[in-house]
Design a binder for this molecule. Structure first.
Ligand SMILES: [Zn+2]
Length: 182
C-alpha cells in the first residue's frame, strides 16, 4: 500500500470517528477530538534508529499528546522501541512522558485502526465527551453506570453503521465499550 493511500484512508477513518487531523511533519499528524490529542506516526523506515532520544521526543511533541499511534508494517516492533525510548528519557533525562503507545499494522489498516480508536476513546472518554446518562447497573458492583460517550460511525469491523457508547461505573471505575447497530 502506498503511503499516500494509507494517509487518505487513515484521514477518512479518523474524521469518521470525530477527529480533525493536521500535518506535523513528513511522517506525522496530530489528531484531535475534544481535548484528546494523538500523534499519528507513519515512519518512513521500518526500524528505529535514534541517536538522540530527547530530540525525537521534542520533534514529535511527545510531551504534548496523550497517545502515539504507530502505523507501519512493523508497528508492534516499533511500538516496543518507542516504549523503551520513553523509559530511556525518564531514566537518563528525567523527562516523564504520560503517553499511551498504540500499534496499528498497515495490513488491515481499517480494522486495526478501529480497534485502536475503540481502546483509546475508552481510556480517554472524559476528554472527548461530557454526556452523563444513567444506563443500567455495573456488572461488577451493581452501582448505576453512566453513558459518558456516544458517537455514530460506519464500522469497518462490522461493515455497517453503528452507535458506539462508553459506559463508566464511577464507584469501581470499570468501563464498558459498547457497539450496537444504528
Ligand atoms: Zn462498579
Amino acid at each position: 500500500m502506498e503511503k499516500g493511500e494509507v494517509i487518505e484512508d487513515l484521514s477518512k477513518i479518523m474524521e469518521e470517528r470525530g477527529f480533525t487531523l493536521s500535518r506535523l511533519n513528513d511522517e506525522a499528524y496530530i489528531a484531535k477530538s475534544g481535548s484528546l490529542s494523538m500523534l499519528i506516526w507513519l515512519p518512513n523506515e521500518d526500524y528505529l534508529l535514534i541517536d538522540d532520544p530527547v530530540k525525537f521526543v521534542e520533534e514529535m511533541g511527545l510531551s504534548k499528546v496523550d497517545g502515539i499511534i504507530i502505523v507501519s508494517y512493523r508497528a508492534f516492533y516499533l511500538a516496543d522501541e518507542v516504549s523503551k525510548l520513553i523509559d530511556t528519557v525518564r531514566v537518563w533525562n528525567g523527562i516523564h512522558l504520560n503517553v499511551k503507545v498504540y500499534a496499528v499494522d498497515i495490513y488491515r489498516l481499517g480494522e486495526r485502526l478501529e480497534e485502536t480508536l475503540n481502546l483509546a476513546l475508552t481510556t480517554f472518554s472524559s476528554k472527548v465527551s461530557s454526556i452523563n446518562e444513567p444506563d443500567g447497573p455495573c456488572p461488577q458492583c451493581g452501582s448505576q453506570m453512566f453513558i459518558k460517550y456516544r458517537h455514530a460511525h460506519k464500522s469497518l469491523i462490522y461493515e455497517e453503521p453503528v452507535i458506539e457508547e462508553i459506559l463508566v461505573c464511577e464507584k469501581c471505575m470499570i468501563k464498558i465499550h459498547r457497539v450496537k447497530a444504528q
